[in-house]
Design a protein around this ligand. Structure first.
Ligand SMILES: [Zn+2]
Length: 151
């Protein structure tokens, strides 16, 4: 996504958990503890993947995108489909996205990454999509300034 920034990748932490599990230092009960809310979010707003669950290896993982931020008001903390994110990113200045992978078979779940989305991440000041009126006005100013400079 164009406005994606400040990405934090949690794959190292995930690998550490899987290592602990393999070594028997944590049990599957400790890591396969998806709440009913998370599983519902995965069913209704989740993004299916073709990656197998690292624990049960019988189901594919589902990605759930949770959104947080002051501008979201009562929607903060809700799950959104991946398709809804670009629309929000064009309407809001900034919000945080947390991506969680879930297995609906064995309840494995882990934070995958987090990042910021929103118009604040667009390059430059209004030189991208949106605010075309402002762009035109800006270009006009530059033109006027150039003409004034030539006098
Ligand atoms: Zn699983």
């Amino acid at each position: 996504m164009r406005t994606q920034r400040q990405v934090v990748d949690y794959s190292l932490q995930k690998r550490a958990v899987l290592r602990e599990l393999l070594a028997g230092r944590v049990g599957t009960y400790d890591v396969c503890d998806a709440s009913p809310y998370l599983k519902n979010a995965a069913r209704f707003h989740g993004e299916p993947t073709d990656r197998r669950c690292p624990i049960c290896r019988s189901e594919n993982l589902t990605l759930v995108h949770y959104i947080y931020g002051d501008e979201l008001k009562q929607s903060a903390g809700q799950a959104r489909t991946l398709a809804e994110l670009p629309v929000l990113a064009m309407t809001l200045r900034e919000f945080q996205v947390f991506v969680v992978e879930v297995c609906l078979g064995c309840d494995w779940n882990h934070l995958v990454e987090q990042y910021l989305l929103g118009r604040d991440g667009l390059p430059g000041d209004g030189d991208g999509a949106g605010g075309s009126e402002q762009d035109a006005a800006g270009a006009g100013n530059v033109g006027r300034r150039r003409r004034e400079a030539q006098r």
